[in-house]
Design a protein around this ligand. Structure first.
Ligand code: UTP
Length: 282
């Protein structure tokens, strides 16, 4: 299976930080956000990855490229620990394609159609990190192999926050899977069909491209993936599943801060000192 990671968005909510650098390269504890996303793909058993980039996103390509000069310099200075860290990053085979104009997530995914060919594929938003015992993409793949239909990960969010997400209406089957009835992108207050939000992990079938083609600009004037999935759902059942774990949208300041704290606290090397510091500050 292949994985597609859209990372071409403008990151407006993170200006001025994103004026000259991609939001997907924001550090989350000890590595850039998009590295966690690539690691989730690899830990799920996928080794063929396409990252959709755009203007001002060169840093992403450089991050996953080999840097021979740096490797030689680290080797000469016997900095083996750092050498291993950077070798690990560049050992994954990653392809890149540019979304020429930021016309929305649906349009970004459409850029992957030739790369994907006729096979099912995973989509992971480049600005969303998940923390889970079993990687979110793996959880999704296992369900996909069972139902052989598109699967999207959802999470319960407070009702006052549903306007920031794609939201589903559903019926639950006997196994606890959601049979999606409809999908709405960023509903107005009072119009949300539930408080189950789409978190940015999808397992899609290639027929989705036909529906993206038919999708007109929606919320924010963008070609929304949610709108294309709404059309797809009329021709075949899409499944939703409650992802087990935590999810952070690092394109939102509070989530970015929380993800840094959680991932740092998970590291034995800093946990004690950071906990004491946080207690002190608070
Ligand atoms: P967002 O809507 O969160 O990203 O897209 P954005 O447009 O970068 O952010 P704001 O609203 O301006 O602050 C979710 C994901 O989809 C990608 C983004 O890079 C992000 O990973 N995306 C979005 C694209 O690849 N292309 C687009 O045209 C839009």
């Amino acid at each position: 299976m292949k994985a597609v990671i859209p990372a071409a968005g403008l990151g407006t909510r993170f200006l001025p930080i994103t004026k000259a650098q991609p939001k997907e390269m924001l550090p989350v504890y000890d590595r850039p956000a998009i590295q966690y996303v690539v690691e989730e793909v690899v830990q799920s058993g996928i080794d063929d990855i396409l990252i959709i980039t755009g203007k001002n996103k060169r840093a992403i390509e450089d991050h996953f490229d080999r840097s021979l000069e740096l490797e030689i310099s680290l080797r000469n200075r016997e900095k083996e620990e750092y050498l291993r860290k950077i070798e690990r990053i560049s050992s994954v085979d990653i392809h890149f394609i540019r979304q020429k104009e930021q016309k929305g997530l649906g349009d970004a995914i459409y850029c992957a159609r030739k790369y994907v060919g006729g096979e099912p594929f995973a989509v992971l938003l480049g600005d969303t990190i998940t923390v889970a015992e079993r990687p979110c993409t793996r959880q999704m793949m296992d369900i996909f192999f069972e139902v052989e239909a598109p699967v999207i990960a959802v999470e319960e969010v407070p009702m006052e926050k549903v306007g920031s997400y794609g939201v589903i209406s559903y019926r639950e089957d006997e196994k606890g899977l959601f049979l999606i009835e409809d999908l709405v992108e960023k509903p107005e207050p009072g119009e949300a069909p539930s408080n189950y939000a789409i978190i940015g992990r999808y397992l899609l079938t290639p027929d989705v491209f036909d529906f993206i083609e038919k999708t007109r600009p929606g919320k924010g004037g963008e070609i929304q993936l949610t709108d294309a999935l709404r059309l797809l759902n009329r021709s075949r059942q899409i499944y939703g599943f409650k992802f087990e774990g935590r999810r952070y949208d690092i394109g939102n300041m509070m989530d970015w801060l929380k993800s840094t704290v959680e991932l740092a606290l998970a590291d034995d090397a800093v946990r004690e000192e950071l906990s004491a510091f946080l207690r002190d500050v608070v």
